[in-house]
Ligand binder design. Structure first.
Ligand SMILES: Cc1ncc(COP(=O)(O)O)c(C=O)c1O
Length: 400
């Protein structure tokens, strides 16, 4: 179900540049003001009482609603075709709020393998140990596996498509259709594709999540998360998980997010173009044994990618043709342009090796069982010229 009319690419570009014509009412400022306030005051008893009655829309205390945060929420809801958006202090705060709002003790959830690490840990450790919720993890590649894993207690199917671990896709519409008559909420982490490339709510999902710390913010200067869905659901989460757990976004960060969103279509086009150029170059290189990028025809789910998304972004993985840790480190350390670090979706290109964190957190066997190897590299292709990035990768591959 789509909540609002679908916007064309042209409408999105103009809308983001002008924020629906909403400018500062007093001075006509071209950039929206930052309402750096914790509280709001009212004329009299009735006005304050009315604010409480309409607490979803009327700011009276910063943890509940701030006008700058509200503006960013309106823009994001419009982009995703959602009735409502609610911003949180991080993507993880949005994920945990969505899951805590959807599950109670005794419930079961089905999740896809290979999701973002801390989200996976919340599902596999925190929820069972502290809330009595059990989770079954299933393979992304098999649509039927999600349905078969559901029991009478299943209340949530949690997807991340493409998954940020292995870049595997899940068929959102197929899964939604298969469980449409059951009391199961479908939650999709849509961070990789952004609302410009994939529309989970229109495909049958109930809640869409983004870490806005990635492409939505886009400048590596912000940690934020957003939940998108119908008004009833987002209002319930606003009154409970957002209000009670309190992990709301601050106004300065909402302003940075608004600033990033203005150029999202331009940035994403450049990320997509650069990402594909670099991925195709790596796929043809003798010292690279595999490239996993849903936008490449060699990706096993490329047909689903074309059907479900209108394009791609620029986070993907590849494997070096050597399993020797010393050689892999030589390649990694030889890079000069790529930043070595976590996160993705910003203006700058970054590289990370899953083995760096996994070696500390789990056994070599578990790492392998999760489908990773020491030679796996994950890169986020930024806005640099792709020829410069390729030159950097080439000289580092020579060090392998
Ligand atoms: C796919 C995905 N979802 C969610 C998150 C969590 O977002 P945040 O870091 O904003 O809490 C991340 C962070 O890297 C991510 O990669």
């Amino acid at each position: 179900m789509s909540f609002s009319e679908d916007l064309s690419d042209a409408e999105i570009a103009t809308y983001l540049a002008r924020y629906l014509g909403r400018a500062d009412q007093v001075f006509g400022a071209a950039a929206p003001p930052i309402y750096q306030t914790s509280t709001h005051t009212f004329e009299n008893w009735d006005a304050l009482s009315n604010a409480f009655d309409d607490r979803i829309n009327t700011p009276f205390y910063g943890r509940q609603l701030n006008p700058t945060v509200q503006l960013a929420e309106q823009v994001l809801a419009r982009l995703a075709g959602a009735e409502r958006a609610r911003l949180f202090g991080s993507g993880m705060a949005a994920i945990t709020a969505a899951l805590l709002a959807s599950l109670k003790t005794g419930d079961h959830l089905v999740a896809v393998n290979g999701i973002y690490g801390p989200a996976g840990r919340f599902l596999s450790s925190w929820l069972p140990q502290k809330a009595g919720v059990t989770t079954s993890f299933v393979s992304a590649m098999d649509c039927d596996a999600f349905v078969q894993a559901c029991t009478s207690r299943t209340r949530v199917i949690y997807l991340e498509t493409p998954s940020s671990g292995h870049f595997e896709l899940q068929d959102i519409a197929g899964i939604a259709e298969a469980v449409k008559d059951r009391d199961i909420r479908i939650i999709v982490d849509n961070t990789w594709a952004t609302p410009l490339r994939q529309r989970p709510l229109a495909l049958g999902a109930h809640l869409e999540i983004h870490s806005a710390s990635k492409y939505l913010g886009g400048h590596s200067d912000l940690i934020a998360g957003v939940l998108l869905g119908n008004a009833e659901l987002i209002e319930a989460i606003t009154n409970d998980e957002a209000e009670l757990l309190g992990a709301r976004l601050a106004p300065q960060d909402a302003w940075l997010l608004l600033r990033g969103l203005r150029t999202l279509p331009l940035r994403l086009d450049a990320h997509e173009r650069n990402g594909l150029i670099v991925a195709e170059w790596l796929a043809a290189h003798a010292k690279v044994s595999r490239v996993s990028h849903p936008g490449l025809a060699s990706h096993p789910q490329h047909e689903l990618a074309k059907r479900q998304m209108s394009g791609s972004s620029s986070l993907f993985s590849f494997a070096l043709a050597s399993e020797d840790l010393a050689a892999v480190k030589r390649f990694f350390n030889a890079l000069q342009l790529f930043g070595r670090g976590v996160s993705w979706g910003g203006h700058e290109s970054l590289i990370f090796a899953p083995a760096i964190s996994a070696i500390k957190e789990q056994s070599a066997e578990r790492f392998k069982a999760m489908g990773f190897s020491i030679s796996d590299m994950r890169i986020s292709v930024g806005l640099e010229h792709p020829e410069d990035l390729i030159a950097d990768l080439e000289q580092a591959l020579q060090a392998l």
